[in-house]
Every structure is written in structure tokens, then in C-alpha cells.
Design a protein around this ligand. Sequence first.
Ligand code: ATP
Ligand code: MG
Length: 249
Amino acid sequence: IVAVENLRKRFDSQVVLDGVSFAASAGEVVSLIGASGSGKSTLLRCLNLLEVPDDGRVLIAGEEIALRTDKRGRRAPVDPRQVDRLRSRLGMVFQNFNLWPHMTVLENLIEVPVRVLRQPRAEAVALAEALLEKVGMADKRQAYPAFLSGGQQQRVAIARALATRPAVMLFDEPTSALDPERVGEVLRVIRQLAEEGCTMLLVTHEMAFAREVSSKVLFLHQGRIEEAGSPEQVFAAPRSERCRQFVNA
Ligand code: ATP
Ligand code: MG
């Protein structure tokens, strides 16, 4: 459902992704682990074109993102409508929730389905309410984000990402901004999605959780996949010495 081939990205002279290739099929949970600065967020951001890759291919649900080099030598998408279409197949959840502060919980969930995807409002509300139920936030549907705890906001952010019925969910350290006592409630929601067969890419520092939910784990080091395999292999018997040090730290 997601495939990345030989992805490269640099910022000025710094090479951040140095030829990354991997694939995730439907129902898989692929976790990305690695030290700070190894390129994990950049990799996710290249999938939804928040960053434009310098080289390589990205395929979402079988469709390749068409990229070209413009007159100034910069890489850009060929067709902005394709970018919108592909983005609507990805549900993104960030570290800092990023809910719209001037909208209630329910409004946060129906905004994109109604205004961008032109779904009938009643349909969008029905799905939003079902999703809020699923993440345990139905009773807060009329609340504004500022009145919610971090864990509650993140559960709403997950429901919002699901509201466009994405093919793939992308999580970038969804629990790292939370108070320790709030981490569990968010991991519980992600675990439930994994059990339901939701395809996801998960950047996380929660090693025990990654080991438990992943079908595949990728260890990134300096913009390359240094180790890839089953959670058992990557956590218990890594071939790479760097990976062994990282997971044991
Ligand atoms: P962390 O675990 O700290 O989130 P990460 O693995 O997600 O790290 P990235 O955020 O992908 O790492 O960053 C990789 C490198 O690219 C870092 O050295 C970072 O400073 C650099 N970088 C990321 N985004 C940009 C940008 N927009 N402009 C310039 N440099 C950037
Ligand atoms: Mg990051």
C-alpha cells in the first residue's frame, strides 16, 4: 500500500535520507526507530509531500507521486491535485496534536470531510461520532481543544486523521509530548487500530510498544535503513552493532 524506492533528501549540504527503500502492505504496522536526527520525521514528511524528495519514488495505494525538477533546479510535484488526492489517503498524527483551536472536537473531525472532500454533513457527523466513540471521546464532542488533556487531544487527533478514511495512518512520535500517565490511553487506541488491521507507519521511541504491535521494524541510522526485520529480529537479535546498541540503550 506504501512503497518507497531509493528515497533521497538533503537540506543544503546535509544528506538526511540517503537512499531509503521499504514497503508496507495492507494491514501491516511498520515502525521506524532510530536516534534523533536519523531522518525518521523527514521520511514520513516525504510520503505526504510536506517535504519533496530529491530523488527516488514514492507510491501510495499503487499510485506514484509524479515529481519533476523545475527551472530553478528544485524538485516539485507535477500535479497539485494529485498531491491532494494522495494526501487524502494518508492520515497524519503529529507529536503536538495540531488540533484547530477555534473549533470544537466535532468540528475538527468534520472540517476536511465536509469542506474539502465535499461529503454530506450528516454523513460526516455520523462517522465523526462513531470515531469519537472508538477513541473514548464521545462525551467531549462539543469541547474546545484547550480544555482537553494532552492524551485526550491526541485521541481526538487520531479520530480526525481517521475521519477521511485514509488507506494508511502515519504517526510521528504520537506519545512523546504527553505526560507519562497519559501515554497509555493513546497507545491503547493505536493498539486497537493495529488489531483491526489498520495499515500504519509509526515513528516511536516506545520500544516495548513497537515490539508488541509491529509487523516490521526499520532502524534508521544517518538517513539509511541500517536494519530491517521482524520485531523479534530487530529487538532480540539485530545483525547491526549500532542497532543492538540503540535498542539496548
Ligand atoms: P527526532 O527523533 O529528533 O525527531 P528524526 O529522526 O525525526 O529526529 P528528522 O527530523 O528527520 O530526524 O531530521 C533529520 C535531520 O534533518 C536533522 O539533522 C535535522 O536537523 C534536519 N532537518 C530536518 N528538517 C529540516 C529542514 N526543514 N531544514 C533543514 N534541516 C532539516
Ligand atoms: Mg522526528
